[in-house]
Design a protein around this ligand. Sequence first.
Ligand SMILES: Cc1cc2nc3c(=O)[nH]c(=O)nc-3n(C[C@H](O)[C@H](O)[C@H](O)COP(=O)(O)O)c2cc1C
Length: 393
Amino acid sequence: MTANTAGPADSVASGSSGSGSSGSGSVGSHPSGSGSVAAGPSGSVAVGGAASTAPVTAAPGLEQRAKAVLPGAAYEFYAAGADEHISASEATDAWRARRLLPRVLRDVSSVDTGLELFGSSLALPVLAAPTAFHRMAHDEGEVATAAGVAAAGSLMVLSSRATRHPEDVAVAAGPWWYQVYWLRDRDVTRRQVERATAAGARALVLTVDAPYVPPRTTAPLPLPRDDELCRSVGAGTRLPGWEQDPSVGPGTISELRRMSGLPVLVKGVMRADDAEACVAAGAAGVIVSNHGGRQLDRAAATADVLPSVVRAVGDRVPVLVDGGIRTGTDVLVALALGARAVLTGRPVLWALAVDGAEGVSGLLDSYRRQLSTAMALAGAARLSEVGPDLLHS
Ligand SMILES: Cc1cc2nc3c(=O)[nH]c(=O)nc-3n(C[C@H](O)[C@H](O)[C@H](O)COP(=O)(O)O)c2cc1C
């Protein structure tokens, strides 16, 4: 478990050495393979521009820094929301609209942001969401992301649209899960799942909110053309059998469990009745998500639907959430609304583009420091003390 001395977030040096410990130096070492892969030198990382020397933090401005170094089509693809970008642009504001009711006279001289999640000890309840095509942001792609996530003591969900093979990512990663689409060509799905399981994935995440994928950008994506993996996952170049099967149903959960022997979380759940169906079908966890506003535009904000899903699921399985979570205080709000942990998508891509593995670890370290400070100021010394009473209704 991780014990941090809470303090004003800004007073702690940000960034990480990438050597397996987190930036503040007060975080216990993480039982991951984080030390086994050196974080890439920041000078070798950014695609399309020089890496910035300023540390990466979960702060306004990170996206602009990434935009300055990313190829235009890569930035557009990462930033895109569906249609009119209504859901994508409302996500963060929905967290920010919540108000807190801080407790006082509690001993917060030491704050612990650590947790156990499906057998993995994590330094913070902020996971890297599955996102496609990291090689557009960094030459090392998902390997660099995994190294950064491990250095911060967190967990990465590797996308099945990743541009590095799971075995390579596993060498750099701490604990990691594998995200699955139920593909039209079931043999491809089976091979992907078996490969990820053999490489050491600790859980599967079945994404169910993308039975069809709307076109997101028109410009060709800057993925290496000569790389077979990039061709087979890449939008515009993949074979029809690699597209999602829109007939995916609750039975898929048990099929994946049988295929892998791993717990299966379902990602993309927005409704209490669907969450109930997932749990009844054997889901080990539910991830409330609208895919970062990239699927159905005008889908509700995850902050607004999280409480109804939490009520439906109760304490049978953990509920996680993503979408627009940008600060440690957003994380505190999500936990107070009943999430066990959160995931963050685009900020990880921005951090990867700006400063590779070090950028990713710096980002997650800053989420941890901000959360630690927010918990201290709200009167919660550990995550088990974060509850709905902290919210001003
Ligand atoms: C560029 C990009 C690619 C994504 N690719 C995937 C994917 O391959 N699989 C998946 O389940 N979700 C994917 N997502 C959705 C994320 O997992 C996550 O739900 C979303 O990014 C959370 O919102 P945030 O970016 O505001 O944090 C992607 C999101 C983005 C922005």
